[in-house]
Ligand binder design. Structure first.
Ligand code: ADP
Ligand code: MG
Length: 322
């Protein structure tokens, strides 16, 4: 069976030359003229695949907007408009009220107008949001512009979404306070929209971490024809994981888990002061975790030792299940 990425490459990868950037990045870029590029992205959340059917509808609404704005953030775009296609197995007004509240809380925060969509009945609840934004012409942050000797940076904390999922499943336990914090971050990831905008002209490349740190770093490495080397010890994570960072299950969550929606970006070492100043302005942790080198793929080192990482492919909806 073809993988998710094979399906996209074979059947959905044809466009005219007027498109500045088509399939393959967090968003597509269309040259609008007048110094602006249009940025387009879409993402689907399906009940049972992306969230439990019992999930709080406010969180589902929040997340469907957040994951799309996260892709615009990864392009450095200013979000403006959204379209919502929703398939509902029911018409439950209390559910819709809460879903809408969560959705609009994110859209309003970033002054994004919902301007259209589609509403249908179907067996499985499915939400597809398309987000539309703008960026100065040819200035978007792309996966394919990482440059030799760039520093590799990440925003926020890594592995939190994946650990949140393990807490939700009952696999991991922490103190009540920490568990609530992980679950809140899993349910309501904050798209790094301001960060993406501020990195335009500073970062050479960017991606949002939705598939997992190593997999998403791998997309940048592949797109840019470089290697990315990550120093495990420097990866910022939740304080509750400080003492267990090297337990296999936690290590796997940090390196291979998805759902963080932080930005990974690369920048010339000379940009460090500007990036530190952005971190202060936004009150957001920005951490250097590695370097762009010549070669290919992602290498993760810990205390001089190379970790074997089987996470380079990331999540594939059509991967063979063991
Ligand atoms: P992300 O994780 O950033 O949302 P994906 O992994 O979902 O990105 O998709 C990778 C790339 O493939 C993106 O550029 C996306 O727009 C494109 N893509 C995914 N599915 C399709 C499809 N059915 N048709 C065309 N392009 C697609
Ligand atoms: Mg993305």
């Amino acid at each position: 069976m073809a993988s998710e990425f094979e399906i996209i490459r074979r059947y959905f990868n044809n466009h005219s030359r007027s498109v500045r950037l088509g399939v393959g990045d967090d968003g597509a870029l269309i040259d609008l003229g007048g110094g602006k590029d249009l940025v387009l992205t879409t993402d689907t959340l399906v009940s049972g695949t992306h969230f439990l059917s019992s999930e709080d509808p406010t969180a589902i609404g929040f997340k469907s907007a957040a994951v799309n704005l996260s892709d615009l953030a990864a392009m450095g775009a200013t979000p403006k408009y959204a379209l919502l296609a929703i398939t509902l197995p029911f018409s439950d007004e209390a559910w819709l009220e809460r879903f809408s509240k969560g959705l609009y809380s994110v859209l309003n925060q970033y002054s994004v107008n919902l301007v259209g969509g589609d509403t249908t009945r179907g067996d499985v609840l499915s939400i597809t949001l398309t987000a539309i934004g703008f960026v100065s012409s040819n200035k978007a942050l792309r996966r394919d512009h990482a440059t030799f000797d760039d520093d590799v940076w990440v925003s926020g904390l890594i592995g939190v979404g994946a650990v949140g999922l393990l807490i939700q499943r009952g696999t991991l336990r922490f103190s009540k306070r920490d568990e609530e914090d992980f679950l809140a971050r899993l349910r309501k990831p904050e798209p790094r929209v301001e960060l993406g905008q501020k990195l335009v002209g500073i970062a050479n490349s960017a991606i949002d971490i939705s598939d997992g740190l190593v997999a998403d770093a791998g997309h940048v490495a592949k797109g840019s024809g470089t290697q990315i080397v990550i120093d495990f010890a420097t990866i910022p994570t939740h304080t509750a994981l400080n003492s267990s960072k090297r337990d296999p299950i936690i290590k796997n969550s940090i390196l291979g888990g998805g759902d963080d929606y932080e930005l990974l970006f690369t920048a010339n070492p000379d940009a460090k002061e500007q990036i530190d100043s952005i971190a202060r302005d936004l009150d957001l942790r920005l951490t250097r975790i590695g370097k762009v080198r010549s070669g290919s793929g992602v290498a993760v080192r810990d205390d001089g030792e190379e970790l074997s990482v089987g996470f380079q492919r990331g999540f594939d909806h059509f991967a063979k299940r063991k």
